[in-house]
Design a protein around this ligand. Structure first.
Ligand code: 5GP
Length: 174
């Protein structure tokens, strides 16, 4: 089940996304950027965030999976790679949530080998206490406790992505 009360409300999410968009717009003023969304989880965050960025941008996507039900495996499967050549570009990797950090670390290193001019990470949620690898999150929405959350693009067995807010997911037996 999903707990009734939003963990982060629509208003809290939108307000933070506006702040992140403003920060990115000022940090990249006068530059072009390529914003890479990591699907499926970042779908909502990506589309809200990019609409808050005022510098010229292109979009591209990676479709990956790293989770079997609700446990991190550390296995990253790339279902669809980028269509753009990122050589010489200012790339921002947009992720829904960082847990162990294994997924983003893997993707970060994979993209770094393609010689972007710069590569930064923007993640909506950070479960910092769960981190297993050293990873710099350049733009972070919220640091959250070790709870399994769904909504705003995040799923449990591919459900709940369309909740407009974030909720804590709890399994009930029986
Ligand atoms: P990591 O590799 O950092 O351990 O895991 C990252 C991926 O695990 C995220 O992209 C997301 O798909 C999934 N994940 C981690 N924590 C949660 C959570 O609380 N809820 C959901 N729905 N997915 C999570």
């Amino acid at each position: 089940m999903v707990t009734g009360k939003p963990f982060l409300t629509v208003e809290q999410i939108q307000s933070r996304v506006r702040e992140l968009g403003a920060k990115l717009s000022s940090d990249y003023e006068g530059k072009n950027i390529l914003v890479v969304g990591i699907l499926k989880g970042a779908v909502m965050f990506f589309s809200d965030l990019t609409r808050q960025i005022s510098v010229p941008l292109s979009m591209d996507f990676l479709i990956v999976s790293s989770y079997i039900k609700d446990s991190t495996t550390g296995n990253v499967k790339i279902h669809a790679d980028l269509r753009e050549d990122i050589n010489g570009k200012n790339v921002i990797l947009v992720e829904d949530i960082v847990d162990s950090g294994l997924t983003l670390k893997y993707l970060y290193e994979m993209l770094l080998e393609r010689n972007p001019a710069s590569l930064k990470i923007c993640a909506l949620l950070d479960k910092k206490s769960r981190r297993q690898v050293d990873l710099q999150i350049d733009y972070r929405g919220f640091e959250i406790p070790d709870e399994f959350v769904v909504g705003y693009g995040l799923d449990y067995e591919d459900k709940f992505r369309n909740l407009p807010y974030l909720a804590i997911f709890k399994k009930v037996s029986g």
